[in-house]
Design a protein around this ligand. Sequence first.
Ligand SMILES: Cc1cc2nc3c(=O)[nH]c(=O)nc-3n(C[C@H](O)[C@H](O)[C@H](O)COP(=O)(O)OP(=O)(O)OC[C@H]3O[C@@H](n4cnc5c(N)ncnc54)[C@H](O)[C@@H]3O)c2cc1C
Length: 401
Amino acid sequence: MDNQKFDVIIIGGGAAGLFAAAQLPGNLSIGILESNDRVGKKLLATGNGKCNLTNLDMNIVHYNKPNVVEDFLDRFDAHDSIAFFEKLGLITKVSDKRVYPYSECASSVLDVLRRAVERNGVVVCTSHTVNNIESFNERFNVGGVFKQEGKPNEAFCYTADHVVLATGSAATFGRDSTSLFKVFGHTVRQPVPSLCPIRTDKEPLKGLQGVRVKAGIRIGYRYEVGEVLFKEFGLSGIAAFNMSGEIARGRAKAGDMLTVDFMPEYSKAEVESIFRKRDNGRQTVKELLVGTFHSKVQERIIWAAGCNEDDRAAGKIGVLANAIKNYRFNIEGLGDASLAQVMSGGLNPREFDENLMSLKVKNAYAIGEALDIDGDCGGYNLQWAWSSARAAALSIAKNAL
Ligand SMILES: Cc1cc2nc3c(=O)[nH]c(=O)nc-3n(C[C@H](O)[C@H](O)[C@H](O)COP(=O)(O)OP(=O)(O)OC[C@H]3O[C@@H](n4cnc5c(N)ncnc54)[C@H](O)[C@@H]3O)c2cc1C
């Protein structure tokens, strides 16, 4: 296994690593070193197994570092990703601006990427975990451990002219290998889970566990409407996942307030007006709310409004509307990495050039989630994987001429 020589070694056979390998010129010798026993494991889990591979609303506000991402998206955007995948044989479809494979199977995306990598003559080394990189005379020694079921571990050390760190993050199924670039003097913002459930105080959750609603979530000035799922520890669902970024990016913290809006289509004045029209003057609070909300939600709105269900509704409509529009939680923190879709943090992108080559060591690149770039739910993280991989691949191709 020792002393294999490559033009390019890509560490990590996930979304970004495979995409880069598919984009590199086939006349280069390219190796992918992947610690799992197969490539693209996380990719298979994306979009609930359907893989939301990009989004037609590719607005930079969906990222933690819009100014960094903008230039990469200008050079390779959602339409470029779709065109590239279609060239590989993937038919796509769009649902509410989110782009999926027509098959609605993440495996279709992985299949076309693997075929492209194979056609490009890339050597894919699975069960290879890299644990050190050395730079010498503008080349790299990449060393680690090859593990095979039922056999003793073997050390490996390969050399390459270019090295690409595409190791992703520790979010679900992943591992954090950003320390491999610390030896070059790169700094890392400590990754924290993002796109994950939000832990809250337990009192407002009582009785709501397992209830799923379409609602708004507000933290500070940010407001997001979507699915909210109440869990025993806090809030899950797409709206909660997207709002978790506010905490991961340090814009909100434990102790801050989060409110749920159970009637996001209406203003508070409109909610009051709806219930005033409905009230016949003799109804109880409970009778007034029946038919509008899940029975558990109804009970908790009455509780949050400080009412009893047998109270006369007349005179309580203002407090009920307030509880409906601003059902309060206190934030306790974020769910753990095993529940997260991405981590917020990683290698500082400012320490890399416009093609993601290290400003500290020539010909060392970092792409995808290993960098401190994260986006909202909706295909933004995979688009970053594609756009960053593309930039690095073009730069390597140019340098290797
Ligand atoms: C459940 C889930 C659902 C998601 N759904 C979506 C979605 O629908 N749309 C979207 O845009 N994003 C989604 N994401 C996020 C998206 O999957 C990631 O942002 C994206 O995969 C990052 O790509 P990457 O190549 O940087 O990292 P990864 O895809 O994680 O690949 C990194 C690879 O590097 C390997 N590796 C790590 N360290 C080493 C090492 N030392 N040696 C060798 N190999 C190593 C890992 O095993 C892994 O295979 C989802 C994530 C999860 C967990």
